[in-house]
Design a protein around this ligand. Structure first.
Ligand code: HEC
Ligand code: HEC
Ligand code: HEC
Ligand code: HEC
Ligand code: HEC
Ligand code: HEC
Ligand code: HEC
Ligand code: HEC
Length: 468
C-alpha cells in the first residue's frame, strides 16, 4: 500500500464513540458494571474516523482489540495501516461497495471513500517502525521461503501436495500471496507465516508474533507466541523450554512478571526472574540491543543436517561472526548467572554438537552416499525408499532434538527423545543398509507414494523465471 494523505480530507473532526468493550471491562474489578462507556475524543481525519464508526458495528472484535492497543492510544487509526493506492495489486476492489450502502442509509456525501487493502505488510509498519522492519527483513524468518526452496526435498521433488503445503508448511513459513479475480487467492490467504512474500515485494508478516489488533509486547514476550511454530517432533523448542528450569520458573512465577515494560527496558531480575524465548533470542539486555533478527546471538546452525557455523550455512550465510554472537548470548545469561556456570553450559553444548556431527551424522551420510553410488538406492526422488526416510529422521527429528535439548537445558530431549533415539535409528538403519550391500539388492521403492503431486517450480518472485 502507498502512504498518501489526501489533503482534501485533512478536515479534522471530533468523534465520540460510545462503545461496549469487554476488553476494557475486564480490567475493572468484579463489582464494576460489565459494560463500560468508552470515549475517544480526538481529532482524526474524517476518512479515518469513518472506518472506526462502521467497523465497530461490523466487527466489534476487531474494534475492541484496536481500542485497547497502544496504537489507538497514540491516535494511530485503521487507515494508517490499511491505506492503499488504487493501483496497488493488493487493493480491495470490493470495499467501495460497503460505502455505497452506508451513504444510501445516511444520505451522506461519499468524498471520504478511500482505497484500502486487507494486507498490512512490514513495509506498511516500516513507516513508523523502520528499525524493527529493517532487522526483520534480513532475518531467516523473513527469508525462509527462499531457504526452504533451496534445500527442501518435499518441495523440490514434489513429494507432497499443494494443499498439504498450504495447510502445513506455508502456515508457519509463509506463502507467496496472489490475487485471483480481484480478491486475495484463497489458496494463499489467509496467511501470517513468518516469511510471507507480499504483493508490495516486502517479506514477512509482523502479525506472526504480534497478533492484530492489539500488537502487544506482552504477547510476543511470552513463549507461547513462538511455540505456535516452534514445536513438534522436528523442532520442539516450546516443549524443551517448558521442561527446562527456566520454563518451570515461568510456569510458577510468570503471572508476577512485568510483561508490559516499555520496549527495550524489559530487564532480567527487575521485570522477570527466568528468561523466555524472547529474553534469550530477541529482547535487549545489558549491553545487547533488542533485535528482530533471530539469527543474532546464535553460534551454530542447529537445525541443519550437519551442524555448521551460521556464516557457513550455504543456502543463507549469516553476515555475523559466531564468536561475537556467542558473546551476546552469554551476556544475556550473565544477567542471572556467574561466568563458570555459563561457560560450563556452553562447553557441554558445543561438545554435544561435535559428537552428533562425528558419531552419528557423518557415518550415516557416508553410508547413504555409498548406497547411491552402488545404485542400491535410487537418488531421483527423496522419501520413496525406506532408508531415505530413516536417514531424514535421524538428523531431522532425534538429531535435532538432541542438539536443541542440550542447547536449551532440557535433559529429556537431549537424551530420551534425542541421543537414545539416535542410537536406535542408527543401528536399524545401518543393519538394513548392510543387508542391501551384502545381497547386492536394490532397495524397495514405494510405487504408489501418496500425493506426490506438488508443484516443483520455484517461486518466480524469488528465483526469477525458471529456464525452459
Ligand atoms: C460503511 C461501512 C464501512 C466503512 C466506512 C469502512 N469499511 Fe471496511 N469493511 C466494511 C465491510 C462490510 C467489510 C467486509 C466485511 C466482511 O467481509 O466480513 C469491510 C472490510 C474491510 C477490511 C477487510 C478487507 C479484506 O480484504 O479482508 C479492511 C482491512 C477494512 N474493511 C478496513 C477499512 C478501513 C481502513 C476503512 C476506512 C478507510 C474502512 N474499512 C471503512 C465496511 C466498512
Ligand atoms: C497497526 C496497524 C493496524 C491498524 C492500526 C489496524 N489494522 Fe487491521 N490489520 C492489520 C494487520 C497486520 C492485519 C492482518 C493482515 C495481514 O496479515 O496482512 C489486519 C487485518 C484486518 C482485517 C481483516 C481481518 C480478518 O480476520 O478478516 C480487518 C477487517 C481490519 N484489519 C480492519 C481494521 C480496522 C477496522 C481497524 C481500525 C479500528 C484496523 N484494522 C486497524 C493492521 C492494522
Ligand atoms: C502511523 C504510525 C504507525 C504504524 C503504521 C504502525 N505503528 Fe506500531 N506504533 C506506533 C506508535 C506511535 C507506537 C507507540 C505507542 C506508545 O508508545 O504509546 C507503536 C507501538 C507499537 C508496538 C508496541 C506496543 C506496546 O505494547 O508498547 C508494537 C508491537 C507495534 N507498534 C507494532 C506495529 C506493527 C506490527 C505495525 C504494522 C502492522 C505497526 N506497528 C504499524 C505507530 C505506528
Ligand atoms: C508448525 C510449523 C511448521 C510447519 C508446519 C513446517 N515447518 Fe519447517 N520449520 C519450522 C520451524 C520453526 C523451523 C526452524 C527450526 C529450527 O531452527 O530449529 C523450520 C525449519 C525448516 C527448514 C530448515 C530451514 C533451514 O534454515 O535450514 C526447512 C527446509 C523447512 N522447515 C521446510 C518445511 C517444509 C517443506 C514443510 C512442509 C512439508 C515444513 N517445513 C513445515 C516450522 C514449521
Ligand atoms: C518472531 C516474533 C516477532 C516478529 C515476527 C515481530 N516481532 Fe516485534 N517484537 C517481538 C518481541 C519479542 C518484542 C519485545 C522486545 C522487548 O522485550 O522489548 C518485539 C517488540 C516490538 C516493538 C517494540 C519496540 C522494540 O523494538 O522493542 C515494535 C515496534 C515491534 N516489535 C514491531 C514489529 C514489526 C514492525 C514487525 C514486522 C517487521 C515485528 N515487530 C515482527 C517479536 C516479534
Ligand atoms: C509463524 C511461525 C513462527 C513464529 C511465530 C516464530 N518463528 Fe522462529 N522460525 C520459524 C521458521 C519457519 C523458522 C525457520 C526459518 C529458516 O531457517 O528457514 C524459524 C527460525 C527461528 C530461529 C533460527 C534462526 C536461525 O538462524 O537458524 C530462531 C532462533 C527463532 N526462529 C526464534 C523465534 C522466537 C524467539 C520466536 C518468538 C518470539 C519465534 N521464532 C517465532 C517460524 C516461526
Ligand atoms: C536461556 C536462554 C534460552 C531460552 C529461554 C530459549 N533459548 Fe533458544 N537457544 C538458546 C541457545 C543458547 C541456543 C543455541 C545457540 C547457539 O550456540 O547457536 C538456542 C537455540 C535455538 C534455536 C536453534 C537455532 C538453530 O541454530 O537452528 C531455536 C530455533 C531456538 N533456540 C528457539 C527458541 C524458542 C522458540 C524458545 C522458547 C520456546 C527458546 N529458544 C528459548 C537459548 C535459549
Ligand atoms: C532472568 C534470569 C536468567 C537468565 C537470563 C538465564 N537464566 Fe538460567 N536460570 C535462572 C534461574 C533462576 C535458574 C534456576 C537455578 C536453580 O536451580 O536454583 C536457572 C537455571 C539454569 C540452569 C540449570 C538447569 C537445571 O535444570 O539444572 C542452566 C544450565 C542455566 N540456567 C543456564 C542458562 C544459560 C546458558 C543462560 C543464557 C543462555 C541462562 N541460563 C539465562 C535464571 C536465568
Amino acid at each position: 500500500m502507498k502512504r498518501i494523505w489526501k489533503a482534501a480530507c485533512a478536515v479534522s473532526c471530533t468523534i465520540l464513540l460510545l462503545v461496549c468493550t469487554n476488553a476494557l471491562s475486564q480490567s475493572q474489578g468484579q463489582n464494576m458494571p460489565k459494560d463500560k462507556e468508552f470515549r475517544i475524543e480526538r481529532s482524526m481525519p474524517r476518512e479515518a474516523s469513518i472506518c472506526i464508526e462502521c467497523h465497530k458495528a461490523e466487527h466489534p472484535g476487531i474494534f475492541a482489540d484496536w481500542a485497547a492497543s497502544r496504537h489507538a492510544n497514540a491516535n494511530i487509526t485503521c487507515y494508517d495501516c490499511h491505506k492503499a493506492d488504487e493501483t496497488d495489486p493488493d487493493v480491495d476492489k470490493e470495499h467501495f461497495k460497503y460505502y455505497d450502502e452506508y451513504t444510501r442509509k445516511y444520505g451522506d456525501k461519499d468524498f471520504y471513500k478511500v482505497p484500502i487493502s486487507g494486507v498490512v505488510t512490514p513495509k506498511d509498519c516500516s513507516r513508523c517502525h523502520p528499525d524493527e522492519a529493517k532487522q526483520y527483513s534480513v532475518s531467516k524468518h523473513a527469508n525462509t521461503m527462499e531457504i526452504i526452496w533451496k534445500i527442501d526435498p518435499w518441495l523440490n521433488d514434489g513429494m507432497n501436495s499443494d494443499l498439504e503445503r498450504a495447510s502445513g508448511c506455508y502456515y508457519c513459513h509463509g506463502t507467496v500471496l496472489k490475487m485471483k479475480d480481484g480478491q486475495l487467492d484463497p489458496d494463499t490467504w489467509p496467511n501470517v507465516g513468518v516469511g510471507r512474500i507480499n504483493l508490495d515485494g516486502s517479506k514477512g508478516s509482523c502479525t506472526s508474533c504480534h497478533t492484530r489488533h492489539r500488537f502487544s509486547l506482552m504477547e510476543a514476550r511470552k513463549p507461547e507466541a513462538c511455540g505456535q511454530c516452534h514445536l513438534g517432533p522436528d523442532h520442539p523448542q516450546i516443549e524443551i523450554y517448558m521442561e527446562s528450569k527456566h520454563g518451570d520458573i515461568y510456569t510458577a512465577f510468570g503471572d508476577e512478571y512485568n510483561w508490559t515494560a516499555a520496549p527495550g527496558t524489559w530487564s532480567a531480575g527487575v521485570d522477570f526472574r527466568g528468561p523466555t524465548c524472547a529474553s534469550c533470542h530477541m529482547s535487549g539486555t545489558g549491553k545487547v540491543l533488542t533485535s528482530h533478527d533471530v539469527t543474532e546471538r546464535l553460534a551454530w546452525e542447529l537445525q541443519a543436517p550437519l551442524t555448521v557455523r551460521p556464516q557457513d550455512f550455504k543456502p543463507f550465510p549469516a553476515k555475523t561472526n559466531w564468536k561475537n554472537e556467542r558473546a551476546k548470548m552469554k551476556e544475556v545469561c550473565k544477567q542471572c548467572h556467574g561466568k563458570t556456570w555459563v561457560d560450563g553450559h556452553f562447553d557441554k553444548q558445543d561438545r554435544v554438537i561435535e559428537e552428533y556431527n562425528e558419531v552419528y551424522y557423518k557415518p550415516a551420510k557416508k553410508m547413504l552416499d555409498d548406497l547411491y553410488n552402488k545404485n542400491l538406492l535410487d537418488n531421483t526422488r527423496f522419501f520413496d525408499e525406506h532408508l531415505e526416510v530413516e536417514f531424514y529422521e535421524l538428523w531431522h527429528h532425534e538429531g535435532r532434538r538432541a542438539r536443541m535439548g542440550a542447547a536449551m537445558m532440557a535433559p529429556d530431549y537431549a537424551w530420551w527423545h534425542g541421543f537414545y533415539e539416535c542410537k536406535n535409528r542408527y543401528n536399524q538403519y545401518m543393519e538394513e543398509a548392510r543387508k542391501l550391500i551384502e545381497k547386492n539388492e536394490k532397495a524397495y521403492k514405494y510405487p504408489d507414494f501418496p500425493n506426490a503431486t506438488g508443484d516443483t517450480t520455484r517461486p518466480e518472485v524469488i528465483f526469477g523465471k525458471t529456464p525452459e
